[in-house]
Write a protein that binds this ligand. Structure first.
Ligand SMILES: Nc1nc2c(ncn2[C@@H]2O[C@H](COP(=O)(O)OP(=O)(O)OP(=O)(O)O)[C@@H](O)[C@H]2O)c(=O)[nH]1
Length: 810
């Protein structure tokens, strides 16, 4: 049939007149049973099933199986009962069911129908109208069928009334948006063939030029396109890369019948004549599916669409809200959020960002505010869900920074802890009263409060998964580690200080006792040791309380201080009983017995004195004293059970001077005592040599005249008086010694010069006139005497000093 103006009953579609009321039973058979008499096939039924006999129709009815790429596919899309079937029948000579006007507006086309155009290899799809009253709010089928048409057809005729062009829903743009979106996600790949959206504007009046209507529709489409979320790699592509557009105005079918008919004829020409400059089936639109594969291709497309979860969403608004809210959130995140987070950069370098909490809360609030402006326009439920998802996303991103901030706060708090504890310890050092446990508790409270405060100020509001507990636990374990180290150090310091105090004090007392000597010396020394131990034990017990030490710890301190005092005692004894010191002590005893009488007056030996006996007694006393020093001759018990039961205690330590050393000391002493004995013998000879009386008488007799001369000569007498007076004054002022020294030096000088002169002439002075030699002997004697005096003095000073120290400690 060349003209479909009036479909005839004799056409291949005779079983279904365009104006006939559809027979439901017959229709359902067209889905699954081949009908020799009818070219129409329900490719998708209203149960959303795909027909099993598409291949059979392709082959037997439509004769397209062998056509290869030589066939085209066109579909229609639009609201229900808007004359879609009528238009297809007029354009392609098909016999799709149309509404019976006498029964009013009701849905005619159920599911998707396909038929072959008369006279051309064109498959024509009549798609169930949108806004189907029968399906109420279930828009799932209309979205799926529209998507199906878009995926398999080269041209989709979008059927709209002119008066609906400016209406978003009336023009089916909402649905188109969803369909375009999902089409983009599911089917569009790089190099995919384009699809032509051919807008046929029904009841076109020409009052608004077609171009203007086309602009309106294009504007809508561009807007829709810009809001779609494009798949990766297609973010910036334009709608023209996937679609072409055509616009045709069809005047009113009844009121402008002639114009309508002419317009239909022109349009039909565009679809049927390849030589038409506006030929609809452009090669770029062909899906490149060979005709024999069309059935399974269409089946695959339908399966994919059916299984697409996106399309199962209850309403289009919901889908739109989902997409838009995600897009808005992404945009806000990529700009406002990312820029805001830059302000927290230093945090990764270990810096505590003081205003962290305010900054993160500010970022999240401003991002949500911006999200709300655009997002709140969409479906409330979806918007709220997406809002909380967006908030969660920001919170998750910021959580890493919060964790870092907590780590930084923890480090800073640990520094505060360390410095506070150190300050407390320093104050203790100054006051001499250790209160370590108190300072530890204060430093911990201060630093922990700082951590808690910092962590709480850094928190994002309502972020329940933001918890500082992990970092807090780490902080506490670090504090405990540092406190443990410090406590150990301070306990060691305390022990050292007590040891110094105890051993130092004991040392003075012990040296005093050693210098005193005597048979009760060791008892005295061990009493001093016992007192020192008691003092030390008291000290560690008292000071240990400052560390809140346990009973076991205190027992440990006590054992340590006891042992330290003991080793301190042994050390002192060793130092104070060296060979030299022992020799000095023996000599002091010897001298005290030998050189001084019982009143401490130096002896002037006379020939009658029993010098040998004195020497023997003094030597024996000195030797006896050495024996006392040689060994701690007291019962071991006196040392104390704590010491003698200690594994480290060596009973041999009571021997202070070994027998070998004793022998050495004795030998040295013998030699020195021998020298003193010889010296004493010599002095005995000197003191007993007296001037004989006859010599004195002879002197008076011979010198009588000179004596009288001096007495009776006023000059001599005056000179003598002056000399004696001068001597008296010098004696009074202690100047005799210096004057003698001056005289001696002058004499020496004179004698030296005389000696030099005589030596030149080969004459030597006799020894008694040689002052140098005489001085050497005297000098050696004086030196020795000075040494002794100094030793005695220093000994006295030490004794005195020790006494003072001990007294001051006590
Ligand atoms: N005003 C107007 N009415 C038309 C036009 N073309 C067809 N109609 C009428 O619209 C009614 C519906 O026609 P159909 O062709 O069945 O419409 P449809 O869109 O295919 O309907 P469904 O398949 O049910 O969606 C019929 O009564 C037609 O006579 C037109 O161009 N203008």
């Amino acid at each position: 049939m060349s003209d479909w103006e009036v479909p005839s009953a004799t056409s291949p579609t005779a079983t279904a007149s365009p104006d006939a009321v559809p027979d439901t039973a017959a229709l359902s058979l067209r889905f699954s049973q081949f009908d020799e008499t009818d070219q129409r096939l329900q490719i998708i039924n209203d149960q959303k099933q795909y027909s099993p006999i598409v291949s059979e129709y392709m082959k037997r009815h439509w004769g397209l199986s062998e056509s290869g790429f030589g066939y085209n596919v066109v579909a229609v899309f639009g609201s229900q009962s808007t004359g879609k079937s009528t238009l297809l029948n007029r354009l392609f000579g098909t016999n799709f069911d149309v509404m019976n006007e006498s029964t009013g507006r009701q849905q005619t086309t159920k599911g998707i129908w396909v038929s072959k155009a008369d006279g051309s290899n064109t498959l024509v799809l009549d798609v169930e109208g949108t806004d189907g009253g029968e399906r109420f709010e279930d828009q799932d089928f209309e979205r799926k069928s529209a998507l199906f048409a878009l995926a398999i057809a080269e041209v989709v005729i979008v059927n709209i009334y002119e008066n609906n062009v400016g209406l978003y829903n009336g023009a089916n743009l909402g649905l188109l948006k969803t369909v375009l979106d999902v089409n983009l996600q599911l089917f569009q790949r790089a190099g995919s063939p384009k699809t032509c959206l051919h807008f046929v504007i029904r009841d076109f009046t020409s009052q608004t030029p077609l171009a203007k209507l086309a602009d309106t529709l294009t504007g809508y489409l561009s807007k829709i396109w810009s809001t779609l979320s494009k798949p990766a790699g297609k973010e910036n592509c334009s709608i023209d890369e996937f679609f072409t557009f055509a616009f045709t105005g069809l005047p009113h079918k009844i009121f402008a019948r002639d114009s309508f008919e002419s317009a239909v004829t022109l349009l039909r020409h565009k679809f049927s004549n390849p030589s038409d400059p506006e030929y609809a089936f452009q090669p770029i639109l062909h899906k490149r599916v060979p005709a024999d594969g069309f059935a399974s291709f269409a089946n695959g497309v339908w399966d994919r669409i059916s299984s697409s979860k996106d399309l199962d969403l209850p309403t289009q608004t919901q889908l739109l809200a989902e997409h838009r809210c995600e897009e808005i959130a992404k945009e806000v995140f990529d700009t406002l959020f990312v820029n805001g987070v830059k302000a927290l950069k230093g945090i990764e370098a270990g810096k505590v960002v003081e205003d962290f909490g305010n900054i993160v809360n500010g970022i999240v609030d401003s991002c949500l505010e911006k999200f709300d402006v655009a997002g709140s326009r969409y479906q409330e439920q979806v918007y709220q869900r997406k809002r909380s998802e967006f908030r969660k996303k920001m919170s998750t991103n910021l959580l890493t920074l919060y964790t870092q901030q907590l780590t930084n706060i923890s480090k800073r708090s640990l520094e505060i802890f360390t410095s506070s504890l150190a300050a407390g310890i320093a104050a203790d050092t100054e006051s001499g009263n250790s209160q370590f446990a108190k300072h530890l508790a204060e430093a911990l409270a201060k630093s922990e409060a700082m951590f808690r405060e910092g962590a709480s100020a850094a928190k994002l509001q309502d972020a329940e998964d933001w918890s500082p507990e992990v970092q807090h636990a780490h902080f506490i374990s670090e504090v405990e580690r540092v406190a443990g180290v410090k406590r150990k150090e301070e306990v060691e310091k305390m022990m050292t200080s007590v040891e110094k105090l105890v051993v130092g004090g004991m040392k003075d007392a012990v040296i005093g006792k050693l210098n005193e000597g005597g048979s009760s010396m060791w008892v005295g020394i061990l009493n001093s040791f016992g007192e020192a131990v008691d003092f030390g034990v008291l000290q560690v017990q008292k000071r240990g309380q400052g560390f809140e030490s346990t009973g076991d710890e205190i027992d440990g301190y006590k054992a340590t201080i006891r042992w330290q005092t003991w080793t301190g005692l042994l050390e002192t004894l060793n130092k104070e009983t060296t060979d030299d010191l022992m020799l000095g002590r023996m000599k002091a005893i010897f001298e005290a017995r030998f050189r001084y009488d019982e009143n401490g007056v130096p002896r002037l030996w006379s020939l009658d004195d029993p010098i040998d006996t004195f020497f023997q007694v003094a030597t024996d006393d000195a030797d006896k004293s050495l024996n006392i020093y040689a060994k701690m001759d007291v019962p071991l018990k006196m040392i104390g059970d704590y010491i003698i039961e200690d594994q480290r205690f060596d009973p041999a330590c009571v021997v202070i001077i070994t027998s070998q050393r004793l022998q050495v000391i004795r030998d040295r002493f013998k030699k020195d005592a021998g020298n003193m004995f010889v010296e004493a013998k010599r002095s005995m000879v000197i003191t007993t040599a007296k001037i004989p009386p006859w010599f004195i008488g002879l002197t008076i007799m011979l010198g009588w005249n000179e004596f009288m001369l001096v007495l009776f000569n006023p000059i001599y007498f005056t000179s003598l008086a002056i000399l004696l007076g001068g001597l008296y004054v010098m004696w009074q002022y202690g100047m005799i010694g210096p004057a003698l020294k001056v005289a001696s030096a002058a004499t020496k000088e004179v004698v030296g010069q005389v000696k030099g002169e005589l030596a030149k002439n080969g004459i030597a002075l006799p020894d008694f006139m040689d002052f140098d030699k005489a001085d050497e002997g005297e000098g050696a004697r004086r030196k020795e005497s000075r040494k002794k005096t100094t030793r005695k003095q220093s000994q006295r000073e030490e004794d005195g000093g020790e006494e003072i120290e001990m007294k001051s400690r006590e």
